[in-house]
Design a protein around this ligand. Structure first.
Ligand SMILES: *[C@@H]1O[C@H](CO)[C@@H](O)[C@H](O)[C@H]1NC(C)=O
Ligand SMILES: *[C@@H]1O[C@H](CO)[C@@H](O)[C@H](O)[C@H]1NC(C)=O
Ligand SMILES: *[C@@H]1O[C@H](CO)[C@@H](O)[C@H](O)[C@H]1NC(C)=O
Ligand SMILES: *[C@@H]1O[C@H](CO)[C@@H](O)[C@H](O)[C@H]1NC(C)=O
Ligand SMILES: *[C@@H]1O[C@H](CO)[C@@H](O)[C@H](O)[C@H]1NC(C)=O
Ligand SMILES: [Cu+2]
Length: 129
């Protein structure tokens, strides 16, 4: 009985060690370069760009653009739909912004410059675990 118990204990220890190491071996999040080589600009349909892609928590969205022409506003669904620029969640304007997806759910981004959002410079993605 005692022998069986300690065997069971080592089995548990082993599985704990394994699950810990699989956590540590978990690859870092993927980088998604928005628009690929076109970057963040006016002529790309970003709905098309998201087709066939999966976005997971820990992944990084990389926005490359000319910061004199564009910026990146993370907004809610209302502002995404009507291109509202007043109540953004976050504003990025470095021209090479990496944004980590830390939450599950829908994420919305628009360009806040000129009428770019109205002209379709907007991105909506669904982030899963
Ligand atoms: C994502 O890009 C950063 C910065 O360029 C780099 O350090 C990192 O290794 C990249 N991650 C992956 C999974 O390629
Ligand atoms: C987006 O995809 C649709 C349907 O596949 C296509 O008709 C359209 O031309 C694409 N737009 C761009 C800008 O690539
Ligand atoms: C988005 O934010 C605006 C301003 O804070 C708010 O009026 C609106 O209800 C929000 N929309 C959603 C879907 O939460
Ligand atoms: C982003 O651009 C700034 C200057 O505009 C530069 O200092 C920085 O190294 C760039 N970062 C990356 C990851 O390219
Ligand atoms: C982008 O393409 C999708 C079809 O893939 C279409 O429904 C949508 O209207 C297009 N957006 C713009 C701004 O043209
Ligand atoms: Cu723009």
């Amino acid at each position: 009985m005692l022998h069986q118990g300690s065997w069971f204990t080592s089995l548990i220890t082993l599985s704990v060690v394994f699950s810990l190491s699989s956590l540590m071996l978990k690859p870092e999040g993927a980088n998604h370069t928005v628009g690929d080589s076109s970057g963040w600009e006016l002529l790309t349909n970003y709905t098309n760009w998201t087709q066939g892609r999966e976005f997971h928590v820990g992944d990084v969205l990389v926005f490359n653009y000319n910061k004199d022409q564009h910026n990146v506003m993370q907004v809610n669904s209302t502002a995404y739909a009507d291109c509202g620029r007043e109540n953004y969640i976050s504003l990025f304007n470095k021209g090479n912004d990496s944004i980590i997806m830390s939450e599950v759910g829908e994420h919305w981004f628009i360009c806040g410059m000129y009428d770019h959002c109205e002209n379709g410079q907007k991105l909506s993605i669904n982030v899963t675990l």
